[in-house]
Write a protein that binds this ligand. Structure first.
Ligand code: 4AD
Ligand code: MG
Length: 476
């Protein structure tokens, strides 16, 4: 008397046995065949209802979205499209779903439509596949670092510092709602902030991560981060997840090698454990691209692309080389770029995508950026102009990783912080890592949603996080 997940029934090992399944109706046809799904796989199981098993009233209640409990015998299916099906011996409706009101129909809905119905979209094949892959990648991240002896360090979400020094924080008003401090005139007294100072949501766990690396040698963080950048693009979220490993005794090259190995490990993991979902997403992408003109379609299918990335080295160039390539490109000569190109600019997404999609046609690691466009903590190179920074650019996405070797020399770091107006007195705790046993160290941040985009072939970041937070969008 135990429920079996649909995924476990589909192998057919239990043919002939009595089974119980529970799930949600995807379709009901000919008053005889119900397809139900429980989220363990994209494949539905077909329930066969023989004449007389249920009365007419019950039959009418089997509508898309309703939840059912079915007992029956698992049998080999005669129909095409499925190996096994269940010959029902009993069927119980657990929860009705008003067909007039239920927004999902047994047909293809657009991603835009489903974004509006984000609270129900897990119940579709596309989002079922995407979020199972997302889960698997999260699991693989912990496995990768655990196998290498990294310590998972939980860094705070509420913080007083701006790790990136870019001022993209959401300030938090920390007033206890159950005990609001009031002024004499009964207005809220904002000066009585819970923490006694201005706080914000973290933009990155890196600085705290560095403290950990100076004790455990190798750590990683994996948690939500927040950025108040008002960019309404298909690549930016206000709340996104980031993985930030930080390693003592690493230089930029060690950092680069680890990052490439890490990305390949994640892809390999999904290819092995999520084959069915990736095949589904591969087909979905091909269907989707049918409506595009030939030159806009992907050259490789999703699985081909992932295999290619697994089996080839990432390209490695310096920022200066990247600028030279862009200036020599046919696209530049034909004035195809919107933003100007010269040494010193921050690479725009159109530049990044040209490098990976048109020029190299593979992931590219760009290192040694101008110091003026990068954060204060990056190690200064001997040329006095660049820092030991590293970005990884992925086809179809652009920047997926940002990292660097850190400035471990106290005097140089203090000087740079002064130049960049970073309040060194408030960051004494951070500078202590350079005062007491400072060592060369490096790290990087992988944007989790951008990685999920890459692996699933989805094109809008809102479609790879369960609940997207973007400008003017925080429904629930
Ligand atoms: O390049 P970023 O800003 O680097 C850092 O935060 C460093 N502290 C990382 C480190 O060295 N430990 O961000 C890292 C990555 C980007 O490459 C991108 O993939 C992702 O985080 N990212 C975003 N993803 C979604 N929405 C946003 N608004 C993002 N901003 C950055
Ligand atoms: Mg960056």
């Amino acid at each position: 008397n135990k429920r079996t997940k649909i995924k476990d029934l589909l192998s057919g090992e239990q043919v002939g046995q009595e089974v119980i399944v529970m799930g949600w109706v995807r379709s009901f046809r000919n008053n005889q065949f119900v397809a139900i799904n429980d989220g363990s796989t994209n494949n539905n199981i077909q329930i066969v209802i023989e004449l007389g098993l249920i009365d007419e009233v019950t039959a009418k209640r089997i509508t898309t979205g309703a939840s059912l409990k079915v007992s029956g015998t698992l049998i080999e299916s005669l129909g095409k499209g499925q190996k096994v099906e269940i010959k029902a011996t009993s069927l119980e409706i657990l929860g009705d779903s008003d067909a007039e009101k239920y927004p999902l129909q047994p047909k293809k809905h657009s991603l835009e439509f489903l974004r509006e119905k984000a609270h129900l979209r897990f119940r579709t094949n596309t989002f079922g596949a995407v979020f199972r892959v997302r889960h698997a990648l999260a699991f693989a991240i912990h496995q990768f670092f655990n196998e290498r002896g990294f310590v998972y360090l939980h860094t705070p979400i509420l913080t007083a510092s701006d790790a990136e020094g870019a001022g993209e924080m959401f300030q938090v008003t920390t007033l206890p709602l159950n005990n609001l401090p009031k002024k004499e005139n009964n207005e809220i007294d904002f000066s009585q902030d819970f923490f006694g100072k201005a706080t914000n949501l973290t933009v990155s766990g890196q600085l705290e991560g560095e403290l950990g690396a100076m004790a455990f040698s190798d750590i990683y963080t994996f948690g939500p981060t927040f950025r108040a950048e008002n960019s309404n693009t298909t690549r930016h979220l206000a709340e996104f997840w980031m993985i930030e490993p930080e390693m003592a005794f690493y230089d930029l090259e060690d950092n680069r090698i680890l990052a490439e190995e890490f990305i390949k490990y994640l892809i390999g993991y999904a290819m092995k454990h999520n084959r069915e979902d990736l095949e589904f997403l591969d087909t979905r992408l091909k269907e989707e691209e049918k409506s595009l003109p030939q030159e806009k379609r992907s050259e490789l299918g999703l699985i081909e692309k992932l295999e290619f990335v697994l089996n080839n080295n990432f390209e490695h160039i310096s920022y200066s080389e990247a600028i030279d390539i862009l200036l020599a490109s046919p696209a530049y000569k034909k004035k195809k770029f919107k933003y100007e190109i010269k040494w010193g600019i921050d690479l725009q997404s159109e530049h990044e995508r040209y490098l990976v999609e048109k020029h190299f046609k593979k992931p590219v690691i760009v290192t040694d950026y101008p110091k003026d466009i990068k954060a204060f903590y990056m190690r200064q190179n001997d040329d006095g102009k660049t820092v030991a920074a590293m970005d990884i650019l992925a086809p179809g996405i652009g920047e997926i990783v940002g990292g660097s070797q850190r400035e471990e020399r106290l005097d140089k770091l203090e000087k740079r912080m002064k130049e960049m107006d970073i309040p060194a007195d408030e960051m004494s705790w951070y500078l202590d890592t350079r005062r007491f046993g400072s060592v060369p160290h490096a790290g990087f941040g992988l944007g989790f949603e951008r990685m999920v985009l890459f692996v699933t072939g989805m094109t809008n970041i809102r479609d790879v996080i369960p609940f997207a937070r973007t400008p003017k969008n925080c429904e629930f």
